[in-house]
Design a protein around this ligand. Structure first.
Ligand code: JEE
Length: 257
C-alpha cells in the first residue's frame, strides 16, 4: 500500500518512521511519503490560506494550492482522506476497509480547515473522499488524525503485526465489548495480587472471569456499547452478570434499570 500525507508541518509526521509503521515500511509493505503543501505554492510568501468568505474567525486553506498538490499525488483508484472535526467517526471497521486500498492520501488541514470545494471537486471527479474525525474534541490541525489513521491501517497490512493470532483475536473480541484486564508476573507487586482465578489453570473459569470483567468494564465505561449490543451474542451467564450490574433486556435491547 502507498500512503501520501500532505501537510504544512511535515515534521509532525516524523513519528511514522518509528516502531510498527516503520517496520511495515522496512518490510516494503508500506510506501509512506510525507509532503510539504508549501511546495505547491507559487507566490513569494508561499501562502496557503485566505480569509473566510462570509466572515468569521480565522483563516481557511485555499483550494487552488490543495488541488495542485493533490493532482500530483493522487494515483488512479486512490482514496482521499480529509481529517476534520465535522467528519464521520474513524472506526476499526473503516480502518479494515482502508487497509485493502492501493493508495491513501491524507490531506492535513490547519487553521479553520480546507475550502469545502476541495472534497467536492475530487468527489465530482470520481475520487473516493472520506472526511473523518478521530473524536469529539478539537485539535489544531489534521496531522495527529493522520498519525492515527496511518497507525490503525498500517498494523492491519498483511505481515505487519508480529503475531497474526492477535489480529484474529481482535476481530472476535470486537464482538462489541471492551477488553478484560491483563496481568503478567510477578504474582504480587506493590501489595497488589494477580487475581487468583488466573493462576488456577482452570481454563473455563478463566474465560468466564474475563467475560464478566469485559461486561463490567463496558457497563461502567461505555454504556453506549452495551445498549448497541446484539443480545443474541449473550449467554445466560452474561445476562446474569449484566443483571447484577443493573442491566436487563427490554424489547430486545439492553437497558439500564
Ligand atoms: C483537521 C484544522 C483545526 C479547529 C472550528 C468550530 C470546530 C478546525 N477529532 C478532531 N478534532 N479536530 C480535528 C481537526 C482539526 C482541524 C483540522 C482535523 C484542520 N483544524 C480546527 C477549530 C475549528 N471549530 C466549533 O466546532 C469545532 C476547525 C479532528 C480530526 N480529525
Amino acid at each position: 500500500m502507498r500512503i501520501d500525507v500532505v501537510s504544512i508541518f511535515p515534521d509532525y509526521l516524523s513519528p511514522l518512521q518509528l516502531s510498527l509503521v516503520g517496520k511495515a515500511r522496512d518490510a516494503g509493505l508500506l510506501d509512506l511519503r510525507v509532503h510539504d503543501l508549501r511546495d505547491w505554492t507559487t507566490d513569494r510568501h508561499r501562502t496557503v490560506d485566505d480569509t473566510p468568505v462570509g466572515g468569521g474567525a480565522g483563516m481557511v486553506m485555499r483550494p487552488d494550492v490543495w488541488a495542485s498538490a493533490l493532482d500530483d499525488v493522487l494515483q488512479d483508484g486512490a482514496h482521499l482522506l480529509i481529517p476534520t472535526p465535522s467528519g464521520e467517526p474513524l472506526t476499526q471497521r473503516n480502518a479494515e476497509a482502508l487497509a485493502t486500498e492501493s493508495q491513501l492520501v491524507v490531506a492535513c488541514g490547519r487553521y479553520e480547515g480546507i475550502d469545502a470545494r476541495v472534497a467536492e471537486h475530487y468527489r465530482a471527479r470520481g475520487v473516493r473522499v472520506t472526511e473523518f474525525s478521530i473524536g469529539d474534541y478539537v485539535l489544531n490541525g489534521g496531522e495527529v488524525a493522520a498519525l492515527v489513521v496511518v497507525e490503525a491501517v498500517g498494523r492491519l497490512l498483511p505481515g505487519v503485526v508480529g503475531n497474526p493470532h492477535s489480529l484474529v483475536e481482535e476481530s472476535h473480541g470486537a464482538a462489541g465489548l471492551l477488553e478484560y484486564p491483563v496481568y503478567t508476573k510477578p504474582p504480587a507487586w506493590a501489595g497488589l495480587e494477580v487475581p487468583e482465578v488466573l493462576m488456577s489453570g482452570h481454563h473455563a473459569r478463566i474465560e468466564r472471569w474475563r467475560r464478566d470483567q469485559a461486561l463490567a468494564r463496558t457497563a461502567a465505561r461505555r454504556p453506549d456499547m452495551l445498549a448497541a449490543l446484539d443480545v443474541g451474542t449473550l449467554d445466560k451467564h452474561d445476562l446474569a452478570t449484566l443483571a447484577d450490574l443493573g442491566w436487563r433486556v427490554v424489547d430486545g435491547a439492553l437497558t439500564r434499570d
